[in-house]
Design a protein around this ligand. Sequence first.
Ligand SMILES: [Zn+2]
Length: 429
Amino acid sequence: MAADDLLLTNVRVRGRAELVDLRVEHGRIAEVGPGLDASPGTTTLDGGARPVLPGLVEPHLHLDKAMLGEREPENPIQHADRGTLAGAVATTARLKEGFTHDDVAARAEDVLRRAVTHGTTVVRTPVDVDPTVGLTSIDALLEVKQRWAGTVEIQVVAFPQEGLAARPGTDELLVEALRRGVDVVGGCSYAEDDVEGCRAHLRRVFDLAERFDVPVDVHADFAPAHATDPRHALAGDVAALTRARGWGGRTTIGHVTTLAGYADDARRRLVAELADAGVGLVVLPPTDLYVQGTVAPVAELLDGGVATALSSNNVRNAFTPFGTADVLDVTLLAAHTQPFGTRDGLDRLLDRATRGAAAMLGVDGASGATGVGRRSHDLAPGSRADLVVLDSPRADHHTALLDRAPRRYVISGGRVVAKTATNTTLHVP
Ligand SMILES: [Zn+2]
């Protein structure tokens, strides 16, 4: 028996009426069905008729800038820029002056412990690169990535939050980060002084993606729904670059909140362009709502064939003073803003928080945003055994989501990495 062999019994899998067992061998799901036998000595875990999901995925989580809320210099209530994008960037730029390797790693690991407790086994993290912080955060996150390997798959994105032309010296640091082995090149398409500068920024990001043969992950179109600043209308440019460079399935955009304010025709056109180019889109409801008051139309994106996922983005900083790094909280928040309030709708979002996001990130053999190719990150034989047992006995998955059920067991590669037991005693009729 190997340490990553396991028999998880008596769980509910979406799409199956009966309770089943999952047999895990060498960290992968070997068999799914009722009444399975374990080989002698294999650890057996009783799922207690609880629903189980594949491991949760955070495709966009800023670990380097998390947990800064208490360091903000001004009284947050009196801070005039509170809740604005410019204010959050400025506040965070000041705080970055004090970042050290150990500080970044400690805050990142604080968030990772929370994320794993909630069932997350894959994180893509954009990490700031600029002359203020240099490569301090990148080096810290590359080290954290190694330390957490086998528990959480971490993809590090080098992210020029403050721009390239707008922050001289950043481009060289971005190149050096790629040389040091970051997984993805990031961009911030609205960070330059004018729209032509923003377009040059995007071209440069794709140039680097080609040179280092890595995926692209850009922040784009992050403004209120009816904003008219042309720097926040560049998702179509990202789609065009993706097509031109053959980067379909390897390009992801975060935010695109402005899409919510487009006229019907323009919105449908952009959705079709993104789908056609193979660009994935990650909505970030906590930040999108807090800073811009809107979220991109997830249902319309999915109906239009755009690979779409959800993520926390920020946890307790000037961009989002809230959060527990729980993707299911984010999922439920998204459901408040969109037409997902039915059983099918919630199931659809749960799919995006697990298998859909994993496919977008190319996890475990999936081929990028389209998710075409090998079936992966699913409750099926051959998939890595990343499993989350929701503590709502005898409930369906969507009910467990509504219950905000604790995660009874979190299993990564066949190994139990978190266990939560709650015990409430009621004295009522
Ligand atoms: Zn972000």
